[in-house]
Design a protein around this ligand. Structure first.
Ligand code: A3P
Length: 296
């Protein structure tokens, strides 16, 4: 693991955020997204996880990593997640993607308008995970407090407003999901919701492995399922982000594997916030059918 390099990278970065085309990004973002968009060549055999932050990205990544090793956990237990499935939009991740050989597997939080153009004409397979944005808001409020390369929320009330305005890392949830949902119906796209994963993990993993064209034996499927429980991932230092350098994350303030439940927003939102959220949701998502019946 090239920890020192990652630490050096984070140390050189401002502890706030950067704006690009009206969207707030963590300072780990590539300085030149335009070149990425124009020059990165997506390959037909690439597999990409795309999501708005806090949707369950790491969960899906872990599931796909384990599908790819046919349930053998040794890889997810020995290599940190950001090296197994690098980030497209960071220079650290991009370097790793370029070194991946066959059947590359990488991840991105980029809104659709920033994505490499070649992707849209390739057969690269994309799994996009959606989650109830109210739970995303709560998860992000806790998580971003600890991340040193973006703006940190001071209060839940303040962060609630930022979220509705889209003034949060990777911009508005409504725009992100609305933008990517345009890809619905394409055969190289799978939309899956955090809530359906919760409700039926076995059926969801089967759906993902079928989409990826990997047939798992019952024993292999059992092993995937065993290694992607909330507790298994929380206990796995290669997957729970606890090894991220302190220069990137203050581990005393938050952790990735916080609660892992559906509906935690009900413990955080006031009645007024819930009503305000519903109003904005209805306005922004008018005409956009949900990705899944349980996804919003
Ligand atoms: P909470 O903060 O609500 O607990 P991302 O990976 O996109 O950053 O999303 C993180 C969220 O996914 C966190 O939500 C985390 O607990 C949840 N998560 C990650 N792995 C999970 C798992 N195996 N089971 C359930 N939830 C999981």
């Amino acid at each position: 693991m090239d920890q020192t390099k990652l630490e050096r990278l984070a140390l050189g970065m401002a502890r706030d955020h950067v704006w690009m085309e009206g969207i707030s990004f963590p300072t780990t973002i590539l300085g030149d997204l335009k070149s990425l968009q124009d020059e990165f060549v997506a390959r037909d055999e690439d597999v990409i996880v795309i999501s708005y932050p806090k949707s369950g990205t790491n969960w899906i990544k872990e599931i796909i990593n384990l599908i790819r090793t046919r349930g053998d956990p040794s890889w997810v237990q020995s290599v940190v997640s950001w090296e197994r499935t690098p980030w497209l939009e960071s220079s650290f991740g991009l370097e790793l993607i370029k070194k991946q050989k066959d059947a590359r597997f990488y991840t991105s939080h980029l809104p659709v308008q920033f994505f490499p153009k070649t992707f849209f004409t390739s057969k690269a397979k994309c799994v996009y995970i959606v989650r109830n944005p109210r739970d995303i808001l709560v998860s992000g409020y806790h998580f971003w407090k600890a991340v040193k390369v973006t703006k940190n929320p001071d209060s839940f009330e303040g962060y609630f407003e930022w979220f509705l305005q889209g003034n949060v890392p990777f911009g508005s949830w409504f725009d992100h999901v609305g933008g990517w949902l345009q890809m619905r119906g394409k055969e190289n796209f799978l939309f899956i919701s955090y809530e359906e994963l919760h409700q039926d993990r076995r059926a969801s993993v089967e759906k993902i492995s079928q989409f990826l064209g990997t047939k798992l034996s019952p024993e292999q499927l059992d092993s995937v399922l065993k290694n992607v429980t909330f507790q298994a991932m929380k206990d796995n230092n290669m997957s729970n982000l606890s090894l991220l350098p302190d220069t990137l994350m203050d581990h005393s303030k938050a952790c990735l594997m916080r609660k892992g439940i559906v509906g935690d927003w009900e413990n955080h939102f006031t009645v007024a916030q819930s009503e305000a959220f519903d109003k904005v949701y209805q306005e922004k998502m008018a005409g956009i059918p949900p990705a899944s019946s349980r996804g919003s």
